[in-house]
Design a binder for this molecule. Sequence first.
Ligand SMILES: O=P(O)(O)OC[C@H]1O[C@H](OP(=O)(O)OP(=O)(O)O)[C@H](O)[C@@H]1O
Ligand SMILES: Nc1ncnc2[nH]cnc12
Length: 314
Amino acid sequence: MRTALPVGSLHISVATGTLAWGVPLGARFLPKRQRSAAGGGALGLAPLPAIARLALGECFGVVDGSEEGTRRSTKTELLLSSSSVISQRQSFCHIHSRPRNFLGVKNRSTIAKETLAMAESQTSGSAGCESPVKAVPDARVKGIAESIRSIRDFPKPGILFRDVTTLLLNPKAFKDCIDICVERYAESKIDVVAGIEARGFIFGPPIALALGAKFVPVRKAKKLPGEVIGEEYSLEYGTDKIEIHVGAVNPGDRIIVVDDLIATGGTLGAALRLMERVGGEVVECVCVIELPELKGRAKLNGKPLFTVVEFEGH
Ligand SMILES: O=P(O)(O)OC[C@H]1O[C@H](OP(=O)(O)OP(=O)(O)O)[C@H](O)[C@@H]1O
Ligand SMILES: Nc1ncnc2[nH]cnc12
């Protein structure tokens, strides 16, 4: 089955049917918030009319597994590229996955309103790192998003689990994900990459090695053998505590805190507090995936968060 939905430059496409990993979900690609690294983060006046114009329906397409879908996906890539040009900043994708029966055709004015609201939301906040941020080819983000599997009702009913293990099975997408993060902080003089157990241990070390930074494991309670300092937090499903070794982070160290995913923000917020308690300077938090509906950013005490893809729902 294929469903054509209207897309604009910012609402790129909708796919229905079986995705690469065999889970029937619909996918809608949006560009990620464009953020300024140099502070301010203003999208600028000029891009908005262009974004709005495109959102009003200049670009519609379908991406699916069919030959036609493949052809049109080329067009989608072009659109994604053009959104980068429009923003003159990084342009990322969100991938929004929904049950097939939840898909519906949006009218153009709805798309335009959503698009403008998103563009407006992009004008607040900054990337928080002082170095210029390189433009990221959107095609890399699309591949990353498509490599992340979604599993319903795990680990308990009602949770749509975003599984990065399938991203790891795709060396190109995994490398792209690491590269995007490394490029972002290449000039940011990062001393410490703090990775949160367990999945932050997957993404943090390659980023740390590439940046020439220390890797500090932020572990669940009672796992570290030395003297520790800990912080409690609440999860989307449960409560927990994280710890680091005393002395792993020096006062004044410039830190990025890395995890695979931000949901409610409890985990990342706790890691952030921990880093600050030992005198570290958290430059930015970094997650591969964000679930914006859970408003995790609000738990970061104003610290900037960089994410590669966003998924609708939770
Ligand atoms: O934003 P939050 O609501 O805090 O949720 C996000 C956290 O939840 C997951 O880890 P989890 O605690 O499931 O542990 P795991 O990585 O060991 O599986 C995920 O890897 C994040 O660390
Ligand atoms: N929906 C989700 N998928 C994967 N990991 C998570 N951690 C918290 N919520 C999650």
